[in-house]
Design a protein. Structure first.
Length: 175
């Protein structure tokens, strides 16, 4: 059978592209070098915990790319809202402070650190994001933050939410 399309990689992008093209009538062949398909969209269980590497793909729930692609393929999937986000801090699980109210009540930050973090976030909102694309977080924090806990939490926020279009190798060292 002649193939109209050959896709290299059975990650979520390759699989979704292959399924959509196949639905449109194309003969599709997908190659994958790994023993498992899914690429980075995998879950790993270790010591009773499940780490989901692909959770970022479910961003925006039923309006996100995964749900809308599945609908286009005629497959409805139920998007389950994850539980409370937590952070492992000083050998305890704590609520990950993702709002003003949870920052204000964060048990692992002192009142001074809470004020410093809220002030920093208000300052960040006013920044021109485009001018910071080449600036490592550690450099941006210089002179703005005294607390090591606030710096540490900002690195957690960065890993959770911030995307850099032009992240350079030397910046990874500075994080």
């Amino acid at each position: 059978m002649p193939w109209d399309v050959v896709i290299i990689g059975a990650g979520i992008g390759g699989l979704a592209s292959g399924a959509l093209l196949s639905k449109k009538g194309f003969n599709v062949l997908i190659f994958e070098k790994s023993k498992k398909i899914g690429g980075r969209a995998v879950s790993v269980e270790k010591n009773g915990f499940v780490l989901d590497y692909g959770i970022h793909l479910a961003r925006f729930g039923s309006k996100g790319v995964v749900a809308t692609t599945m609908k286009e393929l005629g497959k409805d999937i139920e998007m389950i809202r994850p539980g409370e986000s937590v952070i492992y801090w000083e050998e305890k699980f704590e609520t990950l402070p993702l709002s003003v109210s949870t920052i204000s009540s964060a048990k692992f930050l002192s009142p001074e650190e809470i004020n410093e973090l809220l002030s920093l976030l208000m300052r960040a909102i006013r920044e021109d994001v485009n001018s910071l694309l080449d600036v490592p977080l550690s450099e941006w924090l210089e002179g703005k933050v005294k607390s090591e806990n606030v710096k540490r939490l900002m690195r957690v926020f960065q890993q959770c939410f911030w995307l850099f279009q032009k992240l350079k190798k030397h910046q990874l060292v500075n994080l």
